[in-house]
Design a protein around this ligand. Structure first.
Ligand SMILES: [Zn+2]
Length: 344
């Protein structure tokens, strides 16, 4: 056995993996969209298992209330104002230095998703957001790449695996996103860490099957689990393939990828915050911005983000021009606040 594989001996002893499966994991590229609750559990499992290359994409920074369930973060990361992707990559490199972990701090949208998944053998959903999931679904179906959907809220969660052309896609099953407020959000309904771990662990197992070439083993059902009400269900979705009039996988209309659906500025799921995506060609000069904003009070920045408070709103600005503005869910108001303090 190759010495570098020794650390994976217990995993390789499992009949479904073996040395050949381990080599395949090592040769794999995965793009993980979102590095919060599901994302940190997924990243942890993949990096420990020896996936070759993991691209971690996340737009957010770490806050204390994330620590209850986002397993790769700690209080130092909060104190350091680190973006999630960056903090996770540091932790993951210490766990397994042989894995190439590539943190990308950005908002996934139609303009960058193709680039983010270009070399991926698999796309994993660690987001909390249906808009991005439909975008992932579009790009996965268009390029024929497998992806694994996962979501959790309160005490329940669900997951399904999409192999384009072989299984129904996300839009075959959920034609439209739940309307805002429907089903609650992490802020209103809360979320328990066990359900996050369960859903992400199902997703990770599906990832291992796909990456080691065991597509015959993947789950063909939608799996639903509620850890509080003691429910475990497998919902048969396989018969939907080709039977529903799916705009995406049947008609190949990629409405999110083509920009007919979705928005640039979004109210963030239950956080009383709005993200204003205002991409700039060159990186923002934080030193200069901090000087301009200094008269308002404290401005803190590191090379990843800049924070200040104005008009009773907390602003977090990223080098690409994007900002998260807390204290409002009104998109127009957020745009106005952005223009007032950051510019353009
Ligand atoms: Zn479909």
């Amino acid at each position: 056995m190759d010495d570098s594989l020794e650390r994976y001996s217990r995993q390789m002893r499992f009949y479904g993996i073996g040395e050949a499966g381990q080599q395949r994991l090592r040769d794999s590229h995965v793009t993980l969209c979102g590095c919060g609750a599901l994302g940190t559990v997924l990243a942890n499992a993949l990096v420990r298992a020896g996936v070759g290359h993991l691209r971690l994409v996340d737009r957010d920074f770490i806050e204390t209330h994330n620590l209850q369930r986002q397993v790769l973060f700690d209080e130092h990361d909060v104190a350091e104002n680190l973006p999630k992707a960056e903090a996770a990559a540091r932790k993951l490199s210490a766990i397994n230095s042989s894995v190439h972990v590539e943190p990308v701090v950005t908002d996934i949208d139609r303009t960058n998703i193709m680039e983010l998944i270009r070399d991926a053998d698999l796309i994993l959903d660690g987001t909390d957001n249906f808009e991005i999931r439909y975008l992932i679904n579009d790009v996965a179906v268009k390029t024929g790449k497998p992806w694994v959907y996962g979501g959790s809220i309160g005490s329940h969660g669900q997951t399904m695996t999409i192999l384009p052309g072989e299984t129904p896609c996300l839009r075959c099953v959920f034609e439209a996103a739940p309307s805002p407020g429907e089903g609650g959000t992490c802020e209103t309904a809360g979320v328990l860490s066990p359900i996050v771990n369960i859903v992400a662990s199902f997703q990770a197992a599906e990832a291992f099957k796909i990456l080691t070439g065991h597509k015959e083993q993947i789950s063909r059902d939608l799996i639903y689990v509620d850890v509080w009400d003691n429910i475990q269900r497998r919902i048969k979705i396989a018969p939907l393939l080709g039977k529903v009039d799916c705009p995406c996988c049947k008609h190949r209309r990629f409405e999110w990828l083509d920009g007919q659906q979705g928005s640039q500025t979004t109210s963030l799921c239950g956080r009383n915050a709005v993200q204003v995506a205002h991409r700039t060609a060159a990186s923002l000069n934080f030193e200069e911005l901090a000087r301009h904003l200094g008269q308002l009070g404290d401005v803190n920045y590191n090379r990843f983000l800049l924070k200040f408070t104005a008009d009773g709103h907390e602003f977090t600005v990223f080098p690409d021009g994007r900002a998260i503005i807390k204290g409002t869910s009104d998109v127009d108001k957020a745009r106005t606040l952005y223009a007032k303090y950051i510019g353009h």
